[in-house]
Design a binder for this molecule. Sequence first.
Ligand code: SAH
Length: 255
Amino acid sequence: MSVALVGAGPGDPDLLTIKAARLLAAADVVVHDALVGDGVLALIPESAERIDVGKRPGRPASQELISALLVELGRQGKRVVRLKGGDPFVFGRGGEEALALREAGLEFEVVPGITSSIAAPAAAGIPVTHRSVSAAFTVVTGHRRPGEPNIDWRSLAKVGGTIVILMGVAHRAAIAAELIIGGLATDTPVAAIQRATTDQQEVVRCDLADLGSAGIESPATIVIGAVAAFDLTAFDLTAAGTLRATQSQQVIAAT
Ligand code: SAH
C-alpha cells in the first residue's frame, strides 16, 4: 500500500498502534500535522523525508494542497505515511484525503488511532461512560467553519450522558450558555484536559457556569457531565492495596 492515513494517537508515543509504529519505521516520507506529539515525531527514521503541513494561526495550510501533495507522493510510488493526531477519521479531515486518493486511483489504507476524545478524559481519570452515571458520550466539535452545519447545543443538553468537545476552547463561553439554556444544570461538572498524555498535560476542572471564564488553552478536550467530577488517576499504593484487599474479600464473601 503506498499511502497510509495513520492515527498518531493523542501524544504519548506509547499510545501508537503497533501498525502505526511499523509503517512509520518503513516510511519514505511522513506528512504530519501540528498536533502530532514530539515523542511520535521522534520515531520517524532519519532516512525518511518529513513534511510538516500543520495548520497554525497565521499559516493556514490548504486542505486541497495537502491532498494534492499526498496524491503526488503516492504517484511517485513512495511509502507515504500521512500522520494525523488522534484518529484520522475523527475531525481529522482524513475522509477528504481518502476521497482525493481514491479519485486519483491510488491505493491507500486507513490506520485508526486512539482519539483524544477518549484518551484525554482517560488521562485525567475520567471514564466517558460509567455504570449508572453516564450511558452515552457524544463527541462534538466546538469549532465551525462557514457553511458547515450548526450544532444544536440546546438539543444536545437534553440527550443525557457525557459531552466531549474537541476544538471548543475559543467558543466555550457561548457553548456553555447554550447548554444551560438547553437545560443542563449550572453546576454540571466540567473538565478540560490540555495537551493530554504529553509532559505538558494540565487539567482544569470547574462547573459549567464557569467554563467561559476558566483559563483553558488549546489544544484541549472539554468533558461535560457527571463523569467529569471523577479522577481515577489518584493512585496511592497504600490505598490501591487496601482497595484490592477489600475487593478480593468481597469476591471471597460473594462466592
Ligand atoms: N483526530 C483528532 C482530533 C483532531 S481535532 C483525534 O482523534 O484526537 C483537534 C482537537 O483535538 C484539538 O483542538 C483538541 O480539542 C483535541 N486534541 C488533540 N490532541 C489533544 C491532546 N493531546 N490533548 C487534548 N486535546 C487534544
